[in-house]
Design a protein around this ligand. Sequence first.
Ligand SMILES: C[S@@+](CC[C@H](N)C(=O)[O-])C[C@H]1O[C@@H](n2cnc3c(N)ncnc32)[C@H](O)[C@@H]1O
Length: 245
Amino acid sequence: MSSTPQIVKPYTYFSKIYSHLMSSVDYKYWAKYLIEIHDTIGSKKDIALELAAGNCEISSYLKKQFAKLYVSDLSFEMLKNNKKCKNKICCNMINLPFKNKFDFIYSTFDSINYLNDETQLSLFFNNISNHLSENGHLVFDVSLKHNSLKHLKKLNRKGKYKNISFEQISKFDEETLIHSNLIRIKLKDGSWVEELHKQKIYDFYYYFEVIESNDLYVSECFDAFDFKDGNRDSDRIQFIVKRKN
Ligand SMILES: C[S@@+](CC[C@H](N)C(=O)[O-])C[C@H]1O[C@@H](n2cnc3c(N)ncnc32)[C@H](O)[C@@H]1O
């Protein structure tokens, strides 16, 4: 191992081992939950947008739900891994490049936690309020403190996948509420690269505040994968948000 690993933009190399690191995630089950939500609040005529889609695992299950689905992510490397998915746009969810509005905007798997300061989070909701159709819905999940503490041990791991050696060092700072994941990957030439992924674990009530301040409101707030109300002690919250007007 070289003594000074090269630090690279998150997701450049991570995208290559993403499926492996996420192999415990049941995307089919997750998609079924979102389909149930969409069946209740949306319509098959909906034009949908997935934000922070990663390598588009969930969109392959969801695309039949909508008249049209666009998938987007900040990382070109993540998006290009999925060859089957169409309508892919590489963009930042706090600066959406679309002129049109969407009936159903969704994001899965803690992606909103990647907006790791209050300004970014507010900008995100501001973008949403400009891109949701009049009766449109924003559906997203966030990870709360319990979830960070619960999974910390198993996120500290090392292994090998398709000849790529990797190491993950996961830390949760209870003061800054930043959950960081340092992913170290060994390249073919024997050198190591590091990617630092930082997620902010906002308080449950803060979401209501920032959503309300951007002309939106929380229409439902579930304990994720269920339809009962979530609360501060939930692991993960599933939000359903609408425009105020
Ligand atoms: C934990 S992954 C989740 C990916 C996917 N939603 C899934 O369920 O597999 C987080 C994703 O958020 C994306 N991301 C982080 N910050 C972003 C931003 N500001 N705008 C758009 N995507 C972002 C990353 O590139 C990454 O693909």
